[in-house]
Design a protein around this ligand. Structure first.
Ligand SMILES: *Cc1c(COP(=O)(O)O)cnc(C)c1O
Length: 482
């Protein structure tokens, strides 16, 4: 869609699909939105979808499916063992990634559990470009310590670095020297770094990492959950890859890796996950965990219908016109917001539009969860459900003190091919209004705080009656509008 010029000169991402199945949405009045977020403990995860107008919580399992995916779901082979459906997926994996061994799992974190139990031993160090919540939880649970070696630009909110997801090779070299290769079971690279704005790594960077891994006999593991966006960015931003097809870029990436795992809720736009493995011995060990935790080896906890959809979804990921839709909508939304003065992460990445809460509500201290407060305010302002990606998404230090996050972000995910451009404009409009009224927003404090992954189910309350004030301001400005 990037090639299509408008006569008017405007730059608008044009949808290269038509909509044939739709779902009706509700937009509740602002007073009801306040009630809903209060009942949800100011945690957008706990909102009921009936109260949500634009569900921008995540891209996980909510991307629009294609006609071909839905069609394939009707012809799935339902046998417990030896399902044809599974072999179709396995062949597609071999075709795209060139790996012989593939193990299915019910979703991304299940792959992480299996990888951690197989490879992470107490005292191990796991270097990575950046962590993901469930990844780190599994590695730590197995006695490992995560070291984040992202390039310095990766944590700069405003930047024009095209590959803010790159790992710093010098930091990696130093890490290996310091801890010794024998204490490092693998280096993990995450495509489209989830927690720092969906920022990609470059192929060149992955090549450098692989060199270092090879020299030191350390495995290279790729978390490919957000690979689709990363592929698009490599294609459009990396000089050496301009002329390569998405399929060729994918092959170059996978040739460098020893293990590739992914959440099929994102990569492949279905619901499931899987691990591609080269080494026979590791494959044999992991197999046992699949039968223990997931299911038999030819379904791994997935529904066969979802496996069929994933097979087609993976094939569709090789199509630049399919995978560019997300990043181009995200860039469009980021530009709209910037025009209204709203601080967003630049360059825009994949996955969603990321708002910089540290700056948006700079008056809220990190112990009062600025990004969590902003996510609640965005829901009140527009019925838009985003996700906190800041201090709330961190775990406390072992002494109980807060671990302030590097960044305080509200992520507004744009699940692929789900929203229309006018909906994106609506979201930007409400957020720009909120920005003009940002002085009204104050912090949150915990009422119920779970010990592990607290952001999923924890409940909070506002530190004052600021949310009522926000509702009055909305009424003053919008009259009886929803
Ligand atoms: C979503 C995600 C996971 C976990 O996948 P689930 O299917 O949600 O369990 C792991 N890594 C990354 C980078 C992700 O984005």
């Amino acid at each position: 869609m990037s090639n299509i010029k408008f006569f008017s000169g405007e730059q608008i991402p044009l949808e290269m699909h038509k909509v044939r199945i739709v779902q009706k949405l509700n937009l509740q009045p602002v007073e009801k939105r306040l009630k809903a977020i209060t009942e949800a403990g100011n945690n957008t995860f706990l909102l009921k979808n009936r109260d949500v107008f634009m569900d921008m919580l995540t891209d996980s399992g909510v991307n629009a499916m294609s006609d071909r995916q839905l069609g394939a779901m009707m012809v799935a082979d339902d046998s417990y063992a030896g399902s044809e459906t599974f072999f179709r997926l396995k062949e597609k994996i071999t075709d795209i990634f060139g790996f012989e061994h593939f193990l299915p799992a019910h979703q991304g974190r299940a792959c992480e559990n299996i990888i951690a139990q197989t490879l992470v031993k107490p005292g191990n160090i796991i270097p990575m470009n950046y962590h993901f919540t469930t990844t780190r939880a599994h590695f730590v649970l197995n006695g490992g310590t995560v070291e984040e070696l992202i390039i310095d630009e990766g944590l700069e909110v405003i930047s024009n670095h095209p590959f803010k997801g790159n790992i710093c090779a010098d930091k990696l070299r130093h890490c290996i020297d310091k801890h010794g290769a024998e204490n490092i079971p693998f280096v993990r690279m995450e495509a489209g770094t989830n927690l720092i704005g969906g920022q990609p790594f470059s192929l060149e960077n992955l090549e450098e990492v692989q060199e270092l891994c090879k020299e030191n006999k350390i495995l290279l593991v790729l978390d490919a959950s957000l690979l689709a966006d990363n592929l698009h960015f490599i294609k459009v931003r990396e000089e050496q890859c301009r002329e390569l097809s998405i399929r060729e870029i994918t092959k170059r990436i996978s040739d460098l890796c020893d293990i590739i795992y992914f959440s099929g809720r994102k990569l492949g736009c279905a619901r499931g996950g899987g691990i591609c493995i080269r080494d026979e011995k590791i494959f044999a060990q992991m197999k046992e965990f699949v039968t223990l935790y997931e299911g038999f080896l030819t379904y791994g906890g997935m529904s066969v219908r979802e496996i069929e959809a994933m097979t087609i979804g993976l094939e569709e990921t090789m199509d630049e016109e399919v995978i560019n839709q997300g990043p181009e909508f995200i860039a469009f939304m980021a530009e709209e917001l910037q025009r209204g003065g709203v601080p967003v992460i630049t360059p825009p990445g994949g996955l969603g539009c990321h708002i910089n809460a540290m700056k948006f509500v700079s008056h809220i201290p990190q112990e009062q969860y600025p990004a969590g407060a902003l996510a609640a305010a965005i829901y009140i302002a527009g019925g838009i459900r985003g996700m906190e990606r800041g201090t709330l998404s961190e775990e406390r230090n072992s002494d109980g003190s807060e671990h302030p996050a590097d960044m305080e972000l509200v992520r507004l995910a744009l699940p692929r091919r789900v929203f229309t451009l006018s909906q994106v404009k609506y979201a930007a409009d409400r957020i720009i209004w909120l920005y003009k009224n940002r002085h009204l927003i104050e912090g949150l404090t915990f009422v119920e705080e779970p010990r592990i992954l607290r952001f999923f189910t924890g409940k909070l309350k506002p530190v004052s009656n600021w949310q009522e004030k926000l509702v009055s301001a909305f009424r003053d400005d919008f009259g009886d509008s929803l």
